[in-house]
Design a protein around this ligand. Structure first.
Ligand code: MG
Length: 249
């Protein structure tokens, strides 16, 4: 019996160690790259990262744009027309990408596409953004390659309703326990490392509910090791190659 329990524990630890690396805003801390650029997605794929995350806004005229902040080059994206943004350049010289360009690039790669829909000031616009994002993913036949994340409570509800059944949707905002999210059909929690250090019990809680745990933005060796030791499922980082070293057997 004791031997049997030991084997179960070893198998359990092997399962717990199947942790995946997600590049935060792509792999941008690399030669020739930039945050949320096409290059950052290609570089994330080239190192074998499980996933690559990027942020999405919608312009007033309905173009889905990949950028972290609400404004780029002093132009507020959600109230701008696309023509005000389309010639803007990223730090590596690339043009500010649209979601369509990003997804079309992603289609040629194998890394998962972790699409963060940003909370818009106009909730009507955010709902339209959710509709357009899901429709574009469908049009490009990328439904099995995409997962959605958002800080917006209403946004997560819309994404869950709109995306095909089984599409993972994760909540980022950090205030809801896994048991609050489970009845909403969410795939799991995707919370800040500070939140998770305050609520480490949420990892077992999520797992017992069949949910996954993603933690961001995990950049120091100390935080990476904490996530590894606690058996979180996905670690989102700006230092993916360092994390890969720590995860290597
Ligand atoms: Mg993001």
């Amino acid at each position: 019996m004791r031997k049997f329990l030991f084997i179960i524990a070893v198998l359990g630890s092997l399962v717990a160690n199947a942790q995946e690396v997600i590049c935060h805003r792509g792999y941008w801390d690399a030669e020739g790259s930039a945050q949320n650029s096409i290059s950052s997605l290609v570089k994330a794929d080239s190192i074998g990262a499980w996933g690559s995350e990027f942020d999405v806004w919608m312009t007033a005229d309905g173009v889905l744009v990949v950028n972290h902040d609400e404004a780029y080059g002093g132009v507020l994206i959600e109230t701008a027309k696309w023509k005000q943004l389309k010639n803007m350049r990223l730090k590596n010289g690339e043009k500010l990408p649209t979601l369509e360009q990003m997804l079309k690039c992603g289609k040629k790669l194998t890394t998962k596409l972790i699409v963060e829909m940003k909370p818009h000031n106009s909730k009507a616009q955010e709902q339209e953004a959710a509709r357009k994002i899901v429709a574009l993913v469908k049009k490009l036949k990328l439904e099995d390659r995409v997962e959605y994340i958002t800080f917006s409570y209403q946004g997560m509800i819309w994404l869950k309703e709109l995306a095909p059944q089984g599409t993972p949707v994760y909540y980022l905002n950090g205030e809801l326990s896994p048991s609050k999210l489970a009845p909403l059909g969410m795939a799991g929690i995707d919370y800040n490392i500070g939140v998770m250090r305050e609520h480490p019990q949420w990892i077992d809680e999520a797992h017992s509910l069949g949910m996954k745990v993603n933690v961001w933005t995990v950049n120091s060796d100390r935080d990476m090791q904490w996530c590894i030791n606690y058996g979180v499922d996905f670690i989102t980082t700006n230092a993916p190659e360092r994390l890969q070293q720590l995860l290597a057997p």
